[in-house]
Ligand binder design. Structure first.
Ligand code: ARG
Length: 563
């Protein structure tokens, strides 16, 4: 039970006749300052029932509420301030963590239900962008969080591997490309061919016609076209995989847009049978004015299908293949309308499960407050950013701990982790500026700071040669440890909140708070002094390290034991 639940129960026991347990719980407040205890109850709402002044009611209640759960109950005006029994709570919390270890806060709410998570999903032959990075790390963290509460996440990379641009690439490659160049630097070369195609097409418009013809061939399964397309796809994926392996993110499926080529006819037929398709200047659309949305363009006048047509087929496929409990799309905020349209069309088709589909949008990564742009050749190469982060981490570790045996590995975990942490620590819808030096700092609200706090705790435990014993009772009652205990106690609620909101920042913020509270504790209290509470203090250090490590795991970061 958390503190609110304990207090609610204690009050309820004496006001049973007049208030429900739920009503009591809803009235409870978090005091603004620790001097006012851990939970507060305003007695106003009982004034009508008891026909007495709230102050008097508060005083009466305080007298009636008994039990060992509280150190004291203070009456301040109309408020009852509850001070929890620190020893009891800390003993329960540390004991539970000692027993559950990293599984503290696990639940089975998800009942193993499948949750496909559409994440990362970059476009073939183009550089993976900062937006795709965000989708990758947010999606990965949501997968861990949902798994912790009992769901089965399925990470899907819905690659952008289809579309008219492949006609252009084939033309470009045949005219100006080289096999060698594609093999050594696929994305750079394919991007170059794409750019060159557009430049040349300005003076030679017939190129566009050629490109269309090649895409048509590709759609019809022409051998040469298919082989080239397959090759571009494979080479691009190899390049993407470098980044995925740096981030340590893996996928259960790489079924991209092309996978749905043969699955769209069925959708179009369904739309026809339900009389949902309308003709509009030769194109086929679904009217969505009832939803206050623009019409969904299903087929162009030349018969070509679109992004949304493939997403309709993908949604139906996922329902059939995974029988999902919910289906999640981690895609930038700018595609909000697309996902609204997608859900609306599915609803029109009579698929009730469309309400289980959730678009999880996120904001932009900016530089100097401005949007990063891929056009004009100014692309930010992710691989370089990640490598630089590792280098910066390495330098700092070198200064702090020059003899660290596995320094390169730790620098990797800290450097890459810092970029992930920075991405996840703010509400996902916020835009944020990316300044590498800020991201990799060991102080402030950063990943390295949290990791460093964990490593420091582990070093204390090593020094003391401490192992936790889950059969022992560890209890503390000083006010510095209390702040840490309360945060650890909150962890299961924090996980639930993060899951409900699809918001990894809730976990990241918790990790920062725990780290800060612990460092304060460490500064005020001599942990290793030999007295009767030493074991309990060490047990708290253990519990703290366990939870920080779990926080970090849920975000996709390692917690090195030494750094
Ligand atoms: N490839 C798309 C892009 O880069 C993202 C795809 C998102 N997923 C989806 N099912 N539409 O913008």
């Amino acid at each position: 039970m958390n503190n609110k639940e304990i207090v609610a129960k204690a009050i309820y026991d004496v006001v049973k006749e007049d208030l429900s347990l739920e009503a009591v719980t809803q009235l409870l407040e978090n005091p603004k300052s620790v001097d006012h205890g851990d939970v507060a109850f305003p007695a106003f709402s009982l004034a009508k029932v008891y026909r007495k002044a709230p102050q008097q009611i508060a005083a009466d209640l305080a007298e009636k509420i008994a039990g060992t759960d509280f150190e004291k109950i203070e009456v301040v005006g109309p408020y009852l301030n509850f001070f929890m029994n620190k020893k009891m709570v800390s003993q329960a919390v540390i004991g539970q963590i000692a027993k559950d270890k990293g599984h503290y806060g696990d639940s089975s709410i998800g009942e193993k239900g499948n949750v496909p998570i559409d994440m990362s999903s970059p476009n073939i032959a183009k550089p993976i962008s900062m937006g795709h990075l965000r989708s990758t790390v947010i999606g990965n963290s949501i997968a861990f969080i949902l798994e912790k509460i009992g769901y089965t996440p399925i990470r899907i990379n819905h690659l952008g591997d289809w579309g008219t641009q492949f006609g252009k690439l084939i033309v470009g490659y045949k005219k100006w490309g080289s096999e060698e160049a594609v093999k050594t630097a696929p994305i750079t070369e394919l991007l170059r061919l794409y750019v060159q195609f557009h430049e040349e097409a300005e003076t030679q418009p017939e190129l566009e016609e050629e490109a269309r013809a090649w895409f048509k061939k590709l759609e019809e399964g022409d051998e040469e076209a298919t082989e080239l397309w397959q090759w571009f796809r494979t080479e691009s994926l190899k390049e993407f995989d470098k980044i995925y392996s740096m981030l340590e993110v893996s996928f259960d499926s790489y079924n991209g847009e092309a996978f749905y080529n043969d699955k769209m006819d069925e959708i179009v037929t369904m739309l026809e049978e339900k009389h949902l398709l309308q003709e509009n200047e030769g194109a086929e659309i679904v009217d969505l004015s009832a939803y206050d949305l623009n019409p969904a363009l299903i087929k162009k006048s030349d018969g070509a299908t679109l992004y949304i047509t493939r997403d309709l087929a993908a949604a139906v496929y996922r329902k059939r293949n995974y029988d999902f409990a919910k289906s999640i799309y981690v895609v930038g905020n700018e595609q909000s309308n697309h996902f609204k349209q997608l859900k609306a069309v599915l609803k029109e088709l009579g698929f009730d499960w469309s309400q289980d589909m959730h678009h999880i949008p996120f904001g932009l990564i900016t530089q100097g407050g401005k949007k990063l742009s891929t056009r004009k050749g100014k692309i930010v190469l992710l691989e370089e950013v990640l490598n630089e982060a590792v280098e910066l981490a390495n330098k700092q570790i070198m200064e702090k701990n020059p003899d660290l045996p596995n320094r390169d590995e730790v620098a990797r975990q800290v450097g890459i982790g810092s970029v992930i942490f920075h991405d996840l620590k703010n509400d996902r819808l916020n835009n944020f500026d990316f300044v590498l030096e800020e991201v990799v700092r060991f102080e402030g609200e950063t990943g390295p700071y949290v990791q460093y706090t964990h490593a420091r705790a582990m070093s204390i435990l090593r020094k003391a040669d401490f192992t936790i014993d889950e059969t022992k009772a560890y209890a503390l009652d000083d006010k510095d440890s209390w702040e840490v205990v309360k945060l650890l106690q909150k962890f299961p609620d924090v996980v639930m909140q993060a899951a409900e909101k699809y918001e990894p920042s809730v976990i990241a913020k918790h990790a920062i708070q725990v780290a800060q509270a612990f460092n304060k504790y460490y500064a005020h209290v001599k942990i290793l002094t030999d007295d009767e509470q030493k074991e309990s203090r060490l047990a708290l250090v253990y519990a703290m390290a366990t939870i920080i490590k779990e926080d970090l795991r849920l975000l996709g970061l390692h917690a090195p034991n030494e750094m």
